[in-house]
Design a binder for this molecule. Structure first.
Ligand code: CU
Length: 101
């Protein structure tokens, strides 16, 4: 890469990285919610979750799961506790605390 091109690329990358660092939440957060749907194959979970302190307010949304095994036995209506990797929006642990009716 010619020097001026490298410089232009470096300058262009700066604001994006700075913005990402300001907004991206890092770490593992604990949440609680109700299973709304389990996607076949991927196991992605649609959850109606409570406020996740420091991460996001209560809402209904779909999360990817680290492995389809995590949500294999879950059904809509189940009440769950879960852990989520905030930077990836990825559920890394799920525990059913009450079965759906
Ligand atoms: Cu959410």
């Amino acid at each position: 890469m010619r020097p001026w091109l490298a410089l232009a690329a470096a300058l262009a990358a700066l604001p994006v990285e700075a913005a990402a660092q300001e907004t991206a939440t890092q770490g593992i957060f604990e949440g609680h919610g109700i299973v709304k749907a389990v996607a076949p194959k991927t196991g992605a979970l649609t959850l109606s979750h409570d406020d996740i302190k420091g991460f996001m307010p209560a809402m209904e949304m779909m999360y990817r799961v680290a492995s389809p095994e995590l949500s294999r036995d879950l059904k809509p209506g189940d009440e769950v506790d879960f852990k989520i990797d905030a930077s990836k929006y990825l559920i890394v642990e799920v525990k059913r605390i009450a079965p759906g009716k």
